[in-house]
Every structure is written in C-alpha cells, then in structure tokens.
Design a binder for this molecule. Structure first.
Ligand SMILES: NC(=O)c1ccc[n+]([C@@H]2O[C@H](COP(=O)([O-])OP(=O)(O)OC[C@H]3O[C@@H](n4cnc5c(N)ncnc54)[C@H](OP(=O)(O)O)[C@@H]3O)[C@@H](O)[C@H]2O)c1
Length: 291
C-alpha cells in the first residue's frame, strides 16, 4: 500500500514531439510512470512499447475539452487514489510570420493550443494533482521574456503562459501544489521545420502586394535563423525532472544556450533591445537602406 501511494505518476502533453519524447525517456529512467498525452498514439508506438508498462499512451487534443475530459478519465481509471505527481504542459507549436500577414484565425489557434490548452489541462487534471500534492510544470519559452519579431503571436502566447504560471503559483498554494515554469531557448526538434512549412503554405493565400512588403525581410530572418544555436532537448527533460523532484524548486528555469541572454534582453530599455534584435536578425542594413 505504502509503495503504491509513493508511485510517481506524471502526465505529459505533446509527448510525440522532441521535448516530449526526451521527457518520457528521462522520467521513466527515474522511475516515474508516464501517461504520454498524444493526438496520435501511433507516433509513439515504438517508444511506448519499448518502455511498457512504464509508459501509457493517452489520446488528447488540448484544444478539445471533450478530448481533455476523456484523457482525465483514462488516467483516473489507472491511478485512482494515487493521483498525479506531475502535469507537464508541453504541447505547443510556433506560428511564424509578420503579424500583418497572419489571419486572426491563425492567431486564435496559436492561443488555443499554447495558452488555452494549458488552462484546459490544468483545470481538468487538478483534482488528481490535489490528491497527490503534485506539481504543474508549464513549458514556456525564452520568447516569453523577449518577444521576437516575425514570431510575435508565438511570443505573445508564451508571455501569457508566464502570467498564468505566476497567478497559479499563488492560487494553488493552499494545496501545496507547486507550479513551475520552464523557459527553453532554441532546441533541436522538428518545431522550426514545421513552423516554416506551415508559414510557407499560409503565405500562398496572402495577396502578392502584401507579401512583397515582407519578402526581403523574411529572407534575411530565415538566413539568420538558419544559424541559430540549437540545444539538445534532453536538457529540457533534465529540467523537467529537476522541477518535479527537488524539494524546493525554483519558480522558473531558463534552459539552454541563449536562455540567459534572452532573459537579460527582456530587462533592457525597449529601444536598446530593439537595436540588438534588429542586428541579431541581420536586418540593420536593410532597415537603414529603407529609411
Ligand atoms: N524546440 C524549441 O526550440 C522550443 C523552445 C522553447 C519552447 N518550446 C516549447 O516546447 C514545447 C514542445 O516543443 P517541441 O520542440 O518538442 O516541439 P515538437 O517536436 O513540434 O512537439 C510539439 C508537440 O506538441 C503537440 N501538439 C501540438 N498541437 C497539439 C494539440 N492541439 N493537442 C495536443 N498536442 C499538440 C504535437 O503533437 P503532434 O505530434 O500530434 O503534432 C507534439 O507532440 C512547446 O510548447 C514549445 O513551444 C520549444
């Protein structure tokens, strides 16, 4: 009985992605039972079979309340009174493109996944988290500290995640539920390729005259993004494990090369930060020539 109550059950959304799979492997190695939230269980079939019974795939689309409720039901059937030691709100994607060219529907969808998806999961899983005095780990991003142009909608969504985490941390104190934010820098996952393909596809339906306004700038941004330093997603998994397991976790962890710089940039005066970002993106000569 004692052993059962001490079992560590965690639920991870976005388990089929680069950070999600790294987190599954890390947590299973540390003795956790992982409920791997995925839209399509086929995507983690090999991994879940390899790590069975420590990994249990659970279907979830964080944009769909019925799907979230069904995931809660599935997990509850297994954990019963043990409850949930951790909820890792990791599902997310990057909506790329200048704000002028994005449709309102695209921006809403960005918030639907990155922001409302986290709130839905928190609300639905809280009764189970309360039972185990578990923890909530929200995956933000360094763009939550320093908004980046041309991924403005993504940056806005991650800044909202910062605010939600800060509020939840206090609201859930009476139940000793810790809420921790992880702010990764750029990680080597397929998130950027997916963002670029989606952006290229969406641009097809933007009128040519509007698209032309941004053609040069976007090619410069693409070139500078190709040179960005990418970190191994395992370091985010290490931080997730740390945040779940240490007695007194910090409230937030900026993770990876480039993370501290982003935090520092966020504290600089606006115009100075703008200049640094413009230069880092290789836009200074272009902007100067357009004046
Ligand atoms: N990689 C980075 O550089 C980086 C940096 C900072 C923050 N982050 C954050 O880290 C998290 C994971 O990113 P990643 O790099 O691992 O990206 P990834 O490899 O593209 O994985 C994203 C995961 O989110 C899932 N997802 C997307 N929409 C969903 C929805 N509606 N419902 C449920 N799941 C959904 C995807 O599922 P499908 O496989 O079904 O599409 C996938 O499992 C994201 O929140 C991202 O913003 C990443």
């Amino acid at each position: 009985m004692e052993e059962q109550m001490n079992r560590k059950n965690v639920f991870i959304t976005g388990s089929s992605g680069g950070i999600g799979t790294a987190a599954i492997e890390k947590l299973v190695a540390q003795g956790y039972r992982v409920f791997a939230g995925v839209r399509n269980p086929e995507k983690i079939k090999r991994l879940s079979e390899k790590l069975a019974p420590a990994v249990i795939p659970v279907k979830i689309d964080v944009t769909d309340s019925a799907s979230v409720a069904s995931a809660v039901h599935d997990v509850n059937e297994v954990v019963k009174e043990e409850g949930l030691t951790g909820l890792i709100n990791n599902a997310g994607y990057i909506l790329q493109g200048p704000l002028e060219l994005l449709s309102i529907e695209e921006i809403k969808e960005q918030f639907e996944v990155n922001v409302f998806g986290q709130i839905r999961a928190v609300q639905a899983f809280l009764p189970m988290i309360r039972k185990a005095e578990g923890r909530i780990i929200n995956i933000g991003a360094v763009t939550g500290k320093t908004a980046m142009p041309y991924i403005g909608a993504l940056s806005a969504s991650k800044q909202v995640v910062e605010a939600l985490t800060d509020a939840l941390r206090i609201e859930l104190k009476p139940w000793r539920i810790q809420v921790v934010l992880i702010e990764p820098a750029a990680m080597e996952t397929s998130i950027f390729d997916k963002a670029k393909s989606a952006s290229d596809a969406a641009l097809q339906s933007v009128p040519q005259d509007k698209k032309a306004l941004y053609e040069k700038v976007l090619s410069l941004v693409d070139a500078s993004m190709a040179n960005q330093v990418l970190n191994a997603p395992g370091i985010v998994a290490d931080s997730i494990y740390h945040a779940l397991s240490v007695e007194h976790p910090h409230t937030r962890y900026a993770v990876g090369r480039g993370a501290r710089l982003a935090v520092t940039l966020g504290r600089l005066p606006d115009r100075l930060r703008d200049q640094i970002l413009i230069r880092a993106l290789g836009l200074h000569k272009y902007f100067a020539s357009e004046r």
